[in-house]
Design a protein around this ligand. Sequence first.
Ligand code: AMP
Ligand code: FES
Ligand code: ZN
Ligand code: ZN
Length: 331
Amino acid sequence: MAKNNGLKCSICGKEAVRYIPYANIALCRDHYVEWFEKRFFKHVDSFRIFEGSKRVAVAVSGGKDSVSLLHLTKMASEKYGFEVLGITIDLGIDRGTAYSKKSVEVALSNYKKLGVDYVIIPLKEKHGFSIDDSKRYVNRPVCSTCGLVKRYLLNEVAEEHGADTLATGHNLDDMAQYVLSAYVHGNLEYVLRNGPVIPARPGYPVKKVKPLFLTPEEEILHYALIKGFDFIYDPCPYSSEFNRVSKEKLGLIIKKIEKEYPGFTLGLVQTFEKEVKPKMHYTKETQEITKCKICGRPTTPGRDICSFCAVKMKIYESLHRSDGLKKAHNG
Ligand code: AMP
Ligand code: FES
Ligand code: ZN
Ligand code: ZN
């Protein structure tokens, strides 16, 4: 990952641990950490990520991105004077890898180390189904069900625990996939709404932020390794299924272009954010909100039931039907 090849740090002349091609600098261990953290604060300031925030919830999956984000947000909280709350959802993903169990353990170890408040939400205990159940009973890609469950619960829990801001660990590579896929599939309105800061709006009182949106995934990994953070290395056991999703294929293509053309990924996202977005006119979302008839949370206008409750109902029906079948079979 790190390409030093005998290179010396551009700042102090010590052995470099990383060369940053798009900035044409080589950095030693200490200067890499310093440069990385300085850039984090630069992005936080220039995109006004934590402006007005008093209580920031950080969504921690236990991966390198969200664990690094938790540590950086804790540093930011000391500079700007806000509170930090960690949120982890136990999604109930096992498939012989104990993925969710490890994810919760790693998140907990980081919360305790930093001494921050936290909440762990056990999906199965709270809502009666796990993501593994959804794989069996819902006819849509498991990562899509998982995405909607996470969005729903993170918003709900952040709100319930008095947070005014919800931070997620989306990185530059994630954002580049969104942007490129929006051009390819003609869904620009979606990315226009999904930038580094999504302000609070009717039905969603918590502002959403992505402080690492301009930070490349590989650089976050290197930072987390140097800092010795406890994080999960293994990908989610469903990640091999991602390859069927075009967004993920785009991710691999973007990585190839970046290799040939350093700075492509940063240029793609930064130019979109700074140059394209301000010049685009799009239909603002309606201020009207429709509430889900089951849970009372906001739903897409025109729909009585939100996607989360729809998935939950589908799984309940299937679980009960299979219970009934089992009973009939055994009895
Ligand atoms: P993903 O949707 O897996 O690409 O994750 C994007 C971001 O969502 C992560 O960086 C976290 O901030 C958040 N996230 C993902 N999974 C969880 C989880 N189980 N609990 C809390 N936050 C999560
Ligand atoms: Fe949701 Fe893998 S983390 S499907
Ligand atoms: Zn140095
Ligand atoms: Zn609902």
